[in-house]
Design a protein around this ligand. Sequence first.
Ligand code: ATP
Ligand code: MG
Length: 252
Amino acid sequence: MIDIERACIRFKTKTGHVDAVRDVSLRVEEGEVFGLVGESGSGKSTLLRALAGLTPLAGGSIRIGSRPVRRDVQMVFQDPYGALHPRFTVDKTLREPLAINGIGDEDARILDALGEVGLGPAFRFRYPHQLSGGQRQRVSIARALIVEPRVLLLDEPTSALDVSVQAEILNLLRRLHRERKLTMILVSHNLAVIGFLCQRVAVMRNGEIVEQLDVDAVRSRDVAHEYTRRLLLATEGYTRDSATRLEREPGT
Ligand SMILES: Nc1ncnc2c1ncn2[C@@H]1O[C@H](COP(=O)(O)OP(=O)(O)OP(=O)(O)O)[C@@H](O)[C@H]1O
Ligand SMILES: [Mg+2]
């Protein structure tokens, strides 16, 4: 579904340039949930933005599906506050991508999308400031899903949220993945989150992928790279806490 071949992304700066992504190759199968981890500044968001067509490549190639249609790839960002237009109602936020993509039957689709993310019709004419953080992130997810993409890119979709709200959103994402057979790439600092949703994970460092693992290997700490081991240790305390919370959530 996703085929990245030796992708390079370079940003020009005042003093020179930053090679944010260096020679990254990655394949993600249709219907797979793929995790991306790595320390801050390692190039995770940059790679996702390139997949969404928001950042050009300096080298290499990215192929998505057989027919690359813009709306086939949608992205959900970390910050549910910044991601929504403050003066747009939920209705307008959801209507916009339909209009851009020339999709009709708007009212029915808006109500469907709201229902799918667990928001009733009462939320339709609210503004972002009238929503909780978790509700805003549900609106962001609805906005991504409303154009029926085949690939969903999630950049730290729950890290700005309270832990119990995090679990709700993760359960929602897992249900959507099951029901829609979506292909997903998920960036997270939290290995419990990765373990909950993903089948495989790549570890990034300094713009490169240093290791790719099955999620079982992450759980059993069966990693080859010292860097990955340190990353695991660094998140361990937090991981244990949120893993327990996820298990306590009723299954979806
Ligand atoms: N527009 C830009 N101009 C210049 N440099 C950039 C730009 N965007 C990102 N970078 C640089 O590229 C590198 C990778 O950034 P990126 O945002 O992809 O990291 P990240 O892995 O998502 O980090 P985090 O976990 O903190 O979100 C960093 O060194 C960053 O400073
Ligand atoms: Mg980032």
